[in-house]
Design a protein around this ligand. Structure first.
Ligand code: ATP
Length: 618
């Protein structure tokens, strides 16, 4: 255990002092609610602590007997009895200690189990905005480190206060019973020991913090450069040597810090050793003086008992000095965790949410306005209607708000004005599960979990049979690929699907949506250029889909656009034009201009030309 306590230095950092949590009755009651289910086990722990604290001190008292009644009086029988007694008591204290730590760990693990589950369930209800605005690292830290910290603290604080206080009180009583003058000398020595502990703790902590930062930097470099895309970048830019040097430099810094840290510990141990030896020496000196000059009834055994008891006081004193710090820190951790618990999910089921038996997939936007933050409106006055079996294509420059628009349908975000209707009902009045079950989105960035193709497909329909999986793969035009793999459907897709090409990933995600079989299909076409064969395969998979169901396509390719019943042109968050391809061409507006500029460049290949433009190209 580090000298400064278990969870950092033995004092509060400036930042911690500034942000001291408010310990209110409510907070304590709330913390207690997590301990309450385990109160029986906790009572048992307290009993074990009490017994082992007292038993641990017994051998010190028996030392006096061993010396006075065994050694000095040369009584072998008494000597053996006291030695055996001392041994027996120590053994018993240790056995109780084992029971205590088992119970302690058990309680701590169960409390964190409960807290982690509550946190995870709560995070699952949080909105998309929460995950896009909060740092992923922060979220994970609260899930892991904060809760682990709490786990240690809950049990350690309780046991520490109790066992140390008992040890101290019992040791003091025993010391005063033996000899009050020597007991006073012993008490005077304790602060001598506590001071170096605290200052060594401070120094060590500052080095630890520095090496923590250094190790974060090393992890950062490793994460960046040893990831698939990072390595690609390093290789293609020929930066291997620069990266080697960068890594070596921080690595060297780390070595220095590690040596310093370990030496800080060494100096500390030396100081501790010196100071702890002063106490016994003082007691020997004063005790000797009393024995030789003033009071002959003082025995060698008594003096030894006092020295032994003094030795048992160092740890408890130090730990109790740190308790306040541990306490504040633990309250801060609880406060941080409860802060998360208290965050209201932005998107929730209405209390009287409607759950229709079936869905048609019809969508209507009525004067929809939307902004991620109040300063900048992303969508304005969006109105359109999509009827059952029809298909709408949305085209527009990058950043015009197309993805934002479709995210409003499954309520990843809620509108800031107007309304979105699904089958004629405001999406906010519908049961969220029902709504999302009936909407399938193939997004631009296909996300596959690290697992097999089968695992990823079953995510959409856990009880799908092999035949269904194969049928979906065939329809999505990916079955040829699956069949060619040695492990077929059990082929591992790699971290985030990185073992597959972009086109393959997209087709697997199309198969996944087919298994989900939603009433409304939304396809956010990838802007990144795929080779024309991959593209054709996706096109062949998507076209029959569009023809047979209600769909919205964010389209970048002419062939997809032509498959739609109506085209909406979105620019700067507004629908600027709408109609069929022919109508829009005839109208001679923005769409027509875009069509001309895009396709006149590749007249022979209109179907495969990317209808993919940005503001600058207009
Ligand atoms: P692309 O064709 O490149 O995918 P898009 O038309 O789909 O673009 P959106 O992704 O809807 O565009 O983005 C519209 C605008 O909203 C952009 O200016 C973008 O910066 C902003 N935006 C997107 N997501 C967020 C977010 N989570 N928070 C804040 N702003 C966002």
């Amino acid at each position: 255990m580090p000298p400064g306590g278990r969870f950092g230095p033995g004092y509060l950092t400036d930042e911690e002092k500034k942000n001291k949590p408010k310990v209110t009755k409510e907070l304590l009651i709330r913390i207690y609610s997590y301990l309450k289910p385990y109160r029986k086990q906790m009572a048992l722990v307290l009993l074990a602590i009490l017994c082992s604290a007292i038993l641990t001190l017994m051998p010190s008292v028996l030392t006096g007997k061993i010396i006075d009644e065994g050694l000095i009086t040369r009584n072998l029988r008494a000597l053996i009895i006291f030695i055996l007694l001392s041994f027996g008591v120590t053994l018993l204290a240790n056995l109780i200690g084992i029971l205590e730590s088992y119970l302690n760990t058990w309680i701590a693990q169960h409390i964190t189990f409960d807290m982690r589950n509550t946190m995870y369930r709560h995070l699952q209800t949080m909105s998309q905005r929460f995950f896009t605005t909060n740092n992923q690292g922060d979220i994970i830290t609260r899930m892991t480190s904060d809760i682990s910290g709490v786990q240690q603290i809950i049990t350690n604080i309780l046991t520490s206060i109790l066992s140390n206080a008992i040890t101290l009180i019992v040791a003091l009583v025993l010391m005063f019973r033996e000899n009050w003058i020597l007991a006073l000398v012993g008490m005077a020595v304790v602060p001598l020991f506590a001071i170096p502990t605290r200052s060594a703790g401070k120094r060590r902590w500052s080095i630890t913090k520095e090496s923590q930062a250094c190790s974060d930097e090393i992890n950062g470099i490793l994460n960046e450069t040893l990831s698939v895309s990072g390595q690609l970048l390093v290789k293609l830019f020929g930066m291997e040597e620069t990266e080697n040097q960068r890594y070596e430099a921080v690595n060297r810094k780390m070595i220095g810090l590690n040596i310093k840290e370990s030496m800080a510990g060494r100096w500390f141990r030396m100081a501790l050793g010196t100071f702890t030896s002063i106490g016994p020496m003082l007691i020997y000196l004063v005790g000797g003086l009393i024995m030789m000059r003033y009071d002959e009834s003082v025995t060698v055994g008594q003096i030894s008992v006092l020295v032994a008891l003094l030795g048992k006081m160092y740890m408890p004193v130090n730990q109790l000095l740190n308790i306040q710090v541990d306490w504040i820190r633990s309250m801060a951790m609880f406060t941080r965790i409860f802060e998360y618990y208290d965050m209201k999910p932005e998107i929730e089921n209405a209390p009287d949410a409607i759950k229709p038996a079936a869905a048609n997939g019809e969508v209507e936007f009525k004067n929809v306005r939307f902004s991620y933050d109040p300063e900048r409106e992303i969508l304005r006055n969006i109105s359109f209607k999509l009827e059952k079996g029809k298909c709408i294509a949305i085209v527009g420059p990058s950043g015009s708000g197309k993805s934002t628009l479709i995210n409003l349908i499954p309520r990843l975000y809620d509108v800031t004005g107007g309304s979105v209707l699904f089958d004629g009902k405001d999406v906010r009045s519908l049961d969220l599960r029902f709504l999302r079950e009936n909407i399938g989105i193939v997004s631009q960035e296909t996300y596959l979990f690290n697992g097999t193709i089968r695992d990823n497909l079953l995510y959409a329909k856990p009880d799908a049979t092999d035949d269904e999986l194969i049928e979906a793969c065939k329809q999505a035009n990916i079955y040829d690929f699956v069949e060619k793999q040695e492990d077929g459907l059990d082929t591992v897709v790699g971290n985030r699907g990185l073992k597959l090409s972009g086109g393959e990933k997209q087709r697997i995600s199309i198969a996944r949506i087919l298994l989900k079989d939603p009433a409304l299909l939304i396809f956010d076409e990838a802007t990144s250029a795929l080779d024309s064969i991959s593209e054709q395969k996706i096109q062949d998979a998507i076209e029959p889909l569009i023809a047979s169901r209600t769909g919205i396509l964010i389209a970048h390719r002419l062939s997809t656009i032509l498959a739609a019943d109506e085209i909406l042109v979105v620019k700067d968050g507004e629908i600027t034009e709408r109609g069929t391809h022919q109508e829009l061409i005839r109208a001679g507006g923005v769409y027509a201009k875009l069509y001309e500029t895009q396709f006149s460049k590749a007249p022979s290949l209109p179907d495969q030309a990317a209808f993919n433009y940005s503001e600058g190209e207009e």
